[in-house]
Design a binder for this molecule. Structure first.
Ligand SMILES: [Ca+2]
Length: 256
């Protein structure tokens, strides 16, 4: 009787572990809906690009990827590269999903809508609206690769990034607003040299370098940790084994 109760408790505990490990753990989620129009959204700061201009990034109702508001950024010609950041607790292991929407206002700009960043500006996933009019991604340090897929100014795009801190690889998918695939790539290396890729703690959106100018919008920026497939399989197997043992024990008792 005691053994059966213990087994029952063990199954409940393991089941709770499975349930917990299947839940996504949200780290940040920005819809910009509750933020003050004309101001920097809560949780974000401008780390470069002011150069005497009072406001270069703010919440707007001019357009929105979802809802009524989004985050607008204006990189002035001649100013230093505009850079906006939001930080969170450092993440060093696990599987992560970073999703969001972005659009640019000009063709051939060279804007990086959003990506994960760590110590000394080390880049984990880096993808941009490139100056050649296509989406380009960084596969290994400063190794920029064109997808061959062109983007349209004034069009919103959906971005999905998957960042695996165990295999140290990332992948991405981009879709248009009709849900059509635009481009994707898998098994990509982190952007910066490996010495700095131990952890990340910021999302950065950054603009045109040098004397370029460009405007862009982002919306629905969400980062979450998702369950590792291997962990799930292990826990599910453990629960199944215990259930089987309990069933067999009960069957034996029934036979006797
Ligand atoms: Ca919004």
């Amino acid at each position: 009787m005691l053994c059966r109760r213990f087994l029952g408790c063990l199954i409940v505990v393991l089941w709770a572990l499975v349930a917990n490990s299947t839940a996504d753990a949200e780290i940040v989620n920005f819809t910009f809906e509750g933020d003050t129009v004309g101001s920097m959204p809560t949780g974000w700061s401008e780390t470069s690009g002011y150069d005497g201009h009072s406001v270069t990034a703010y919440v707007t109702t001019t357009t929105a990827g979802a809802g009524a508001q989004c985050f607008y950024m204006d990189d002035w010609a001649g100013a230093s590269q505009l850079s906006l950041r939001t930080s969170f607790a450092s993440q060093s292991s696990g599987l992560f999903q970073l999703t969001g929407m972005a659009r640019v206002e000009q063709d051939d700009v060279g804007l990086n809508p959003f990506g994960l960043l760590g110590y000394a500006n080390s880049r984990f996933n880096n993808l941009k609206f490139s100056s050649d009019g296509t989406f380009r991604y960084e596969n290994g340090h400063s190794n920029w690769v064109s997808t061959g897929a062109t983007y349209e100014p004034g069009e919103w795009y959906d971005f999905l990034f998957v960042i695996d801190m165990e295999t140290r690889r990332w992948s991405f998918e981009i879709e248009d607003q009709l849900g059509n695939p635009v481009c994707s790539a898998t098994d990509l290396q982190f952007g910066s040299s490996s010495i700095y890729t131990g952890l990340f703690y910021e999302i950065r959106s950054y603009g045109v370098g040098g004397s370029g100018a460009g405007q862009w919008y982002i919306d629905n920026i969400e980062l979450k940790q998702v369950p590792e497939p291997s962990t799930l399989a292990l826990l599910a197997t453990a629960v199944a084994s215990l259930l089987f043992m309990a069933w067999r024990r009960r069957r034996r008792v029934g036979v006797v």
